[in-house]
Design a protein around this ligand. Structure first.
Ligand SMILES: Nc1ncnc2c1ncn2[C@@H]1O[C@H](COP(=O)(O)OP(=O)(O)OP(=O)(O)O)[C@@H](O)[C@H]1O
Ligand SMILES: Nc1ncnc2c1ncn2[C@@H]1O[C@H](COP(=O)(O)OP(=O)(O)OP(=O)(O)O)[C@@H](O)[C@H]1O
Ligand SMILES: [Mg+2]
Ligand SMILES: [Mg+2]
Lengths: 154, 165, 154, 165
């Protein structure tokens, strides 16, 4: 009988293999437990192969590819016990335009059941969102809310 | 359940009353560096009962009270109130709307309220943990976690997995 | 007589106090050696005060403010022994538009004597540069150089 | 002295001849995630003599040789050649142009050349260290250094300062 950890690990792994392919538009990835008896104690290995490249340890990927693979894994952990809303604080900073589109695409897919609140500086992410909240410090050190429209930001 | 409204006063950079009304879907929070975006995430973590000052980037919990700026004096209390739409009754309370309030005074006294009535911290966290909104949950994903989850040090990653289990 | 370390520290400090103010458009900052005898062994404390805010440890600043303060310190270390060219790999990722303008402004000022090569995904940084080099993988896994114009990227 | 040209073949993702000609001022290097931008920085570090595979994100130095893709076989050698304009004679060599070449073969054999003549690694590094281009210099600033230099762990920061001294 599987322990609760092993079951959690197996759920995370299923989500991860699927979410990775969706975010990378192809390729494949997997996480393996280095100690099958106790996957969490033994450490975890993450292998990833973006489309057209060779399978390698996630540590060999570029900065943005690593960030996207990490987002896939973090999101997979989230999906084990999804909450009604999810906050994403500047996960898009190292991503290029195509990867931002994939990322926003997956959020859209889940946004029917989950409210997403995304802190960002990226115009493309803003364009793909349903609405914007602007925060300013008209007075230094004091935060205030302001309405913002996308055209203002361009 | 759905996030409906967030009201902040005296917490971190929110020296003036700060109110956000939420809708379904994807909302982007934008503004210059240091304007308070991550502070909104901290406010949500705090009102839902986190006991770790470190998790909300404070050295000690008292530091979340607005401590002044070049134009303003420090304040004496931090208060955050979050309101949920609970028409689907996914929160274990028989109300269409459920609000949670947390206050911290300079004296160190803390107060927790559910729908305006004083309660214990545990009443808040029990309610939230069931919905995946515990302080160890994955409902906030931040850029710093990218480093941790890819860290070659297995212990760092294990911590993150422990939280999901 | 000052040791070489103490002299290096003192140079870095002078640069830092100046570069910080230029990048933050005001405010002030300082680095202090926790062990005056041996500034590098004893550890270093970095205090910063963006315009209008209060003096605090750099660890209390926002993500973007910390990145900009770090850039100020890294650049100050660079200025102790400047080289003919300097490579900046995606330092601008967490910066807002105003801070990107300050950052590019300081690079322009030094670019009379120093060639800068800046890896970036940020359109504003690209607009402030003198020219663009595009790298693509027309064939997966194989890098190639391509000409890029700013209008293409918009 | 000024960076004039960079030629790469067989190093990391540069399976085909890759040539960059440089001008004064600020040049932006752009392209999608994983296309090879940081690899250009790695190539410059490598040709100027770094002995640390870790510094250029490789597990062992042999890993910098192009190791194949879905459409290509691995290659047998990595070669990078950098050419400098030395009309101001800031490099200690009496030539208007100075080029440095580094090669690594699968066998593990390394070659270093200055203006086409074989030399030792030390001849390259001595030349470069004087101009602030040593492997411990600050001529490459990367996003990961932001974390290190602000690290509350004094030892991490001390390492960075040691390099500047
Ligand atoms: N107790 C406090 N009192 C007053 N100001 C505070 C307090 N705690 C934090 N702050 C201020 O809040 C600001 C940080 O806000 P925050 O981290 O939300 O910025 P941000 O919008 O996320 O910026 P970035 O885009 O750089 O990530 C800092 O300037 C800090 O000085
Ligand atoms: N020896 C090698 N042989 C083939 N490909 C390699 C080799 N070493 C690294 N690569 C590839 O180079 C790519 C990384 O390139 P690089 O880090 O330069 O990307 P980048 O343009 O900086 O991306 P980002 O915008 O995400 O930072 C990876 O996909 C990796 O697989
Ligand atoms: Mg932030
Ligand atoms: Mg890169």
């Amino acid at each position: 009988a599987q322990t609760r950890f092993q079951e959690t690990f197996s759920q995370v792994r299923d989500h991860f293999r699927e979410v990775f392919v969706e975010l990378f538009g192809g390729g494949e990835a997997d996480i393996t437990a280095l100690d099958a008896e106790d996957p969490l104690e033994g450490g975890i290995q993450i292998m990833a192969r973006p489309r057209g490249k060779k399978l390698e340890n996630v540590t060999s990927l570029s900065g943005g590819e690593r960030a996207l693979a990490a987002v896939a894994l973090l999101f997979s952990l989230y999906l084990v016990k999804p909450s009604p809303f999810c906050i994403l604080d500047e996960l898009d900073a190292p991503l290029d335009d195509a990867n931002i589109d994939s990322f926003m695409g997956i959020l859209k897919r889940f946004s029917t059941d989950t409210q997403f609140l995304m802190m960002t500086h990226n115009k493309r992410s803003m364009e793909a969102s349903d609405r914007l909240y602007g925060i300013t410090m008209a007075e230094p050190g004091v935060s205030g809310l302001t309405t913002v429209s996308l055209s203002e930001i361009e | 359940m759905r996030l409906k409204r967030l009201e902040i006063l005296g917490f971190k950079s929110f020296a003036d009353s700060f109110i956000m009304d939420f809708e379904p879907g994807i909302s982007a929070v934008v503004g210059p560096n240091g304007c308070g975006k991550s502070n909104v995430a901290d406010a949500l973590r705090w009102v839902l009962g986190t006991q770790s000052a470190k998790q909300i980037r404070a050295e000690v919990m008292e530091n979340v009270i607005f401590d002044g700026s070049s134009g303003r004096k420090p304040m004496g209390m931090a208060e955050v109130k979050v309101t949920f739409d609970n028409s689907d009754r996914s929160l274990a309370l028989d109300f269409d709307e459920v609000s949670v309030t947390r206050r911290l005074f300079r004296s160190g006294v803390s107060e927790y309220l559910i729908n305006g009535s004083k309660c214990r911290l545990m009443d808040v966290t029990d309610l939230m943990v069931d919905r995946g909104l515990g302080s160890a949950g994955y409902w906030i994903l931040e850029a710093e976690m990218v480093k941790t989850i890819l860290s070659p040090r297995a212990e760092d990653r294990r911590e993150l997995f422990d939280e999901a289990a």
